[in-house]
Design a protein around this ligand. Structure first.
Ligand SMILES: O=C(O)Cc1cc(O)ccc1O
Ligand SMILES: [Fe+2]
Length: 453
């Protein structure tokens, strides 16, 4: 290992080299980075001959003609063009990774559901074989909707690479640490951070600290973006500079390798004789990115009531219908509660969107018990839900001093599409059969007097 093979103070995998260390700040801005001096062409994209004998190649994340504020593409200068990183494809099975539409006759998705954490596995499971789809929504064929997954990873991918042509992946770790060695650089993430892996980006996933478990939102639709802040103004919520894009890093390594592609819900494998992570330099705005959720600045009510949870949106993936997201990624982190004469936890509600929640750590205010770290819940389209009995009683009678919710981090994948349970979610994962009973004890207080009981 030399200095060129270190990033963020952590040792990188052997054979990868980068001149710059770490990450570049920003979200969706134009980055440029080179792992060898002079590898990036100056002032043009496509010189007649690229430095170092590299091939120039464009990776388009949006249609060529997408409006300029949404247009995303990256120019890569690589040892071989990507066409040399695929060959004839052979279809393979990935039985636990499902895509929408996936509606099962004998599985009912109408219901309030909650799961205990899916236990870690004793098996050797990689990023691909360890992916367990919980719900699917929309339609992968028409690039609308999403899927939610749990990953259980015990082993690094070795000489094995992957890309999803179907989707970008939003990864939310809950246990362990992972390293994403991508075409555009290396990202390492731990609990409390997230990573976005763009559609079409080739990568390998290594375990830094395992076994690793977490949640994935697979977005079939338009890319995640930062939500407009409206009257909140230019600051707070997620700030662009807190997102981190990796510097260029490449492998020049010959080894029998596989590249697996997810395409229209199917998995296909191809064999090549070298690492496809061979981008020596790149510039552009289509890139993987990580974000530390602890840098999210929550905004809320400071006198009474509380706004809709959209106030906690970290990222939003538009659907084409204004204000109605394909997916919102919403964060419930530690924060102060200060509202006067207010029922402070989430109110009871029914939502046209469907809400899939995951607990990263700590206790969620609407569900003091039962919704545990690593666990998930689903409140599907137009299904009523809200605080359980204990949360209701506690919050209705609490002394309303300012109070801090501490050591807590949960999130929601909220989509305009109803979510359908997979067989795994309905039959194999630790579904809590008694979840619905958490509202059993809610009493009728109405007795005809204005005070109630
Ligand atoms: O259901 C939930 O717990 C999430 C949620 C929180 C909130 O404060 C308001 C609405 C909502 O769906
Ligand atoms: Fe809700």
């Amino acid at each position: 290992m030399n200095d060129q093979s270190r990033i963020s103070g952590l040792t990188r995998m052997s054979g990868i080299s980068a001149l710059h260390e770490g990450y570049m700040p920003g979200f969706g801005n134009d980055f440029e980075t080179e792992a060898l001096p002079g590898a990036l062409p100056e002032g043009r994209n496509s010189p007649q001959k690229c430095a170092y004998g590299l091939y120039g190649e464009q990776l388009s994340g949006t249609a060529f003609t997408a409006p300029s504020h949404q247009n995303e593409r990256t120019w890569c200068y690589r040892i071989r063009p990507s066409v040399k990183h695929t060959g004839r494809f052979r279809r393979i099975d990935m039985p636990y990774w499902k895509s929408a539409p996936h509606v099962l006759e004998d599985v009912t998705s109408l219901g309030q559901y909650r799961w205990d954490p899916v236990p870690h596995s004793q098996e050797t499971l990689t990023w691909l074989t360890g992916m367990r789809t919980m719900t699917t929504a929309g339609d992968v064929y028409t690039q609308a909707g999403m899927a939610s997954h749990i990953y259980l990873v015990t082993a690094s991918m070795e000489d094995a690479y992957f890309y999803s042509a179907d989707s970008e992946l939003l990864v939310v770790p809950q246990d362990g640490q992972l390293r994403f060695c991508t075409e555009l650089g290396v990202i390492e993430i731990a609990v409390g951070e997230i990573v976005i892996l763009p559609r079409g980006l080739v990568y390998r996933v290594e375990v830094i600290d395992g076994p690793a478990r977490g949640f994935v939102c697979e977005n079939y639709g338009q890319k995640f973006a930062l939500p407009g802040r409206g009257p909140i103004g230019a600051n707070c919520m997620a700030n662009r500079r807190d997102f981190k894009v990796p510097v260029a890093a490449f492998e020049d390594r010959d080894a029998d390798s596989t590249v697996t592609v997810k395409w229209q819900g199917q998995f296909h494998e191809t064999r090549i004789g070298h690492s496809p992570l061979d981008v020596v330099a790149w510039h552009g705005n289509y890139a993987p990115v990580k974000y530390d959720l602890n840098t999210y600045c929550p905004v809320g009510a400071i006198l009474f009531d509380h706004p809709d949870p959209s106030i906690f949106t970290v990222l939003t993936a538009p659907s084409g219908v204004e204000g109605t997201a394909n997916i919102d990624f919403v964060l419930f982190r530690d924060r102060w509660m200060v509202a006067e004469n207010t029922f402070r936890p989430p109110w009871y509600h029914k939502n046209v969107m469907s809400e899939l929640m995951g607990n990263i750590y700590g206790q969620y205010d609407a569900k003091p018990k039962g919704f545990v770290p690593g666990g998930m819940s689903l409140h599907n389209m137009m299904l009523p839900h809200g605080p359980d009995k204990d949360a209701f009683e506690g919050a209705s009678n609490a002394d309303l001093k300012p109070g801090k919710l501490e050591n807590t981090m949960s999130f929601m994948f909220e989509t305009r599409f109803p979510q359908h349970l997979t067989e795994f979610a309905a039959k194999e994962a630790p579904l809590q059969d008694d979840y619905i009973d958490c509202w059993n004890g809610l009493k009728k207080h109405f007795n005809g007097t204005p005070e109630g009981m």
